[in-house]
Write a protein that binds this ligand. Structure first.
Ligand SMILES: [Zn+2]
Length: 156
């Protein structure tokens, strides 16, 4: 991490795609490789992402206290997700963290529909990857950092 304008920046390697709305290039990366569902929430402005270790611990605790080997029911998980949102901090760039807010194009600010517009609790809660576009601020327990995505050069 490096310091710039008083906030930390984390550089990550990612990919680029053209925005289907404005045709400008969007750099993005993904956080993956977790076991079990991870609570993460975009803000309604699309500029912030809430993803805290303390919330992850609450999920682990819920799994540990569930006797069913397949884990907690989706309703229990959603209850926890909504409880996290109910006590969530204010996003640094305004708006609100919500369950269904999704990524926005950093150029034209159009929000991409989540799961092609289908609000499925199970898909949302068990999402295996968190997509982060360049410039998004990630809010953690101990503070926040901005993600700077560099597109890797593919070798021919
Ligand atoms: Zn766009």
């Amino acid at each position: 991490m490096t310091q710039e304008d008083g906030g930390s920046i984390e550089k990550r390697t990612g990919w680029a795609k053209l925005c289907p709305y404005c045709a400008q290039s969007i750099r993005f990366t993904k956080f993956t490789n977790w076991q079990g569902p991870v609570p993460f929430f975009y803000s309604s402005s699309g500029r912030d992402l809430l993803m805290r270790r303390s919330d992850r611990v609450r999920v682990d605790d819920l799994y540990k206290s569930t006797e069913d080997s397949s884990g907690p029911a989706i309703q229990e998980l959603k209850h926890l997700w909504l409880d996290i949102l109910g006590h969530a901090p204010e996003p640094p760039h305004g708006g609100k963290f919500t369950l269904w807010a999704n990524l926005r194009c950093p150029h034209c600010n159009t929000e991409f529909p989540y799961n092609r517009g289908i609000k499925d609790d199970r898909v949302r809660i068990h999402d295996p990857a968190v997509v982060v576009v360049d410039g998004v601020t990630v809010v953690e327990d101990s503070g926040s950092y901005r993600v700077s995505v560099e597109v890797g050069i593919e070798k021919g």
